[in-house]
Each structure stands twice: as C-alpha cells, then as structure tokens.
Design a protein around this ligand. Structure first.
Ligand SMILES: [Cu+2]
Length: 142
C-alpha cells in the first residue's frame, strides 16, 4: 500500500519553499525600486534633469517673442540686443525669485538675465522704463 500522507506533506513543503523564494524576489524587486527611486530623486535634485532653455530678445521697445509658452522647470533667458537700456519686472502674479516693479532687473545693452520657472501659471512682465511704449511680455508655464 502506498501511503500518500508524506507525499502531500512534501508538496506542502515545496510550496512553502516557493513562497520563501517569492518573498525574497519580491523584497529584491522592492529594494531595486527603492534604489532606482533614490538615484532618480538625486538626479532631479542635482539638476541632472534640466528643462529647456528659451530665449527672449529685446529690440525696438518690444520683447521677442512677446508671448512664450514653456514647461515647468524650463529656463527663460532674456537678452538685451537693443541699442538702449531696458529692464524687466513681473506684475500681478509673480514667479518665485523674479524681479518685480519694486525691484526690476536692469538689462543694459548686451546684458543677459535667466530665470527658472518651476510653477505653472501665467506671468506678465514689462519694461518699467518703456511702460508707455507698451513694452510688455507674457510667459505661460504649463
Ligand atoms: Cu525698455
């Protein structure tokens, strides 16, 4: 007569072993994701993942382009390629670290100024020197 009990018990043990192996694999996968997450986070914090850089010129009392749509994390660099001085001031909704009416950014001839936009929104700015000439610009951050 064949006794089946030990067999069933063996099968049970095999299943238990597989469970242990699966547990170890799951833990390894979880650890891999954690390490990947840490590196990815460090890369972001370290500025390895950089947004695009957009250029805005200043000429003939105008910003060119006057309206610009960018992604959050992108940089805008203004260049005064005019033959007269201008400045830069955000009004209404002001981005973090941006120059404002109270403290405009001077833009002398051939000077550059860069600002990183990390928050989505619609940001209006102007040249306070040429307000009357309607020298205004708009940055839309998606
Ligand atoms: Cu101006």
């Amino acid at each position: 007569m064949v006794d089946k009990k030990p067999l069933i018990s063996d099968v049970h043990e095999i299943y238990e072993m597989e469970d242990d192996v699966l547990n170890i694999i799951h833990k390894q996968i979880a650890a891999s994701f954690l390490i990947f997450g840490l590196f990815y986070g460090m890369a972001l914090a370290g500025g390895v993942e950089q947004g695009a850089n957009h250029k805005v010129g200043m000429e003939y009392y105008e910003f060119a382009p006057a309206e610009l749509t960018i992604q959050a994390g992108d940089t805008v660099t203004w260049l005064n390629n005019d033959n007269r001085d201008h400045d830069l001031a955000f009004y209404e909704v002001k981005p973090v670290n941006a120059p404002t009416d109270e403290n405009p950014q001077d833009m002398r001839v051939d000077e550059k100024y860069s600002l990183v936009f990390n928050q989505a929104g619609v940001f209006k700015y102007l040249c306070t020197i040429h307000k009357r000439q309607d020298m205004k610009g708009l940055i839309i951050v998606k």
